[in-house]
Design a protein around this ligand. Structure first.
Ligand SMILES: [Zn+2]
Length: 81
């Protein structure tokens, strides 16, 4: 999937038909004027990487504690019962 650089419509491919029918330009002209169509998934991945928060120290510690608790439930605490 790519996004048309002119109208931002999602397309399987930037086709000559789309360019000519919708924009009255050849595919080549569209690319020359507006740049290559961006892969939708690449754009999505880029956005995700940009906006993905760095794992905070506290969250990391919490997950460590949780893991410890789960482990201890199945190991240590069973001995007490
Ligand atoms: Zn278009």
């Amino acid at each position: 999937m790519v996004k048309c650089p002119v109208c931002s419509e999602l397309l399987e491919l930037l086709t000559t038909v789309h360019c000519e029918m919708v924009h009255g330009l050849t595919r080549q002209q569209v690319i020359e004027r507006y740049g290559k169509p961006e892969s939708f998934f690449m754009e999505f991945a880029k956005k995700y990487v940009d906006s993905a928060p760095v794992i905070r120290k506290r969250d990391f510690v919490n997950s460590q504690l949780l893991t410890d608790r789960i482990r201890s439930k199945t190991r240590k605490f069973h001995i007490d019962r």
